[in-house]
Design a protein around this ligand. Sequence first.
Ligand code: GLU
Length: 303
Amino acid sequence: MPSTGRFAPTPSGPLHFGSLVAALASYCQSKNQQGRWILRIEDVDTPRVVAGATEQILRDLEAFGFTWDGPVLYQSDQFERYRFYLEKLLDQGDCYACECSRRSLREQGVRSGPLGQIYPGNCRDKNLPSPGHSIRLNTASAGTTGFIDQVYGPFELDLSDAVGDFVLRRADNIFAYHLAVVVDDELQGIDEVVRGADLLENTCLHLLLQQKLGFASPRYMHIPLVNNAQGVKLSKQTGARPIDHGQAARQLLAALKHLGQLPDKDLQQMEPAEILDWAVRNWQPAAIPARWPASAESLDASR
Ligand code: GLU
């Protein structure tokens, strides 16, 4: 069976150099194994979607020579499936409704971990109704969850201690990224997830959700983040510049170098699609450097 990978941008702005690196790595990893590469627009958090960003992302990918297999999947069209699997978790007794706000937790002085506030489980036994409340996954008995990353090696996290019960649906009815990504990866048959190293910790949450829902876990490859001159991860929040269609060849070569690949100089004169073709044929995942990201807490502080 050929593998299936995906690129899953959030349309909160145009693609920047960091997102180009993620697109390129996931594309090469799938296509080098004669696999499929799917495009998924992660617009589950509808209030964060920026008008026109999705169309811009599609245009950018095309200009950089990417072609994807099958139709684009939009998370905003998948709410029924997220609801179904959330109900399943509720029926299994894995989730509960919670009335605590971030602010009330801050006032109680709850600890923070790599993914923010560590929810101490105040509402676990309150039996609150789901509507109007957030829904959290109970991690009391989760223990340590780990995986072997294809770039970073063994990685594990004690979820009950370092993350706490995390939100799967917010009180305003928005499904969390964690639930959406796990459900979509399963239903789209994704077996090879390639994404930025800022999501290493998140992957442990996804593994726990996959276990609870009876899904197989894909292989994971996290790739080193691109930092700006101040050493902070390039992101829309830190004002990263959009990728430039006029500089496609130069930016693709720079992205390959960031991934430890050794592109020929002559490629600079080629069309983007030809550079991608070279990149797929010469893809060396073992050459990707495992540069550790700054902790999520300092990333948070920079937002
Ligand atoms: N939507 C996420 C982002 O744009 C990527 C999530 C993933 O690849 O799982 O950062």
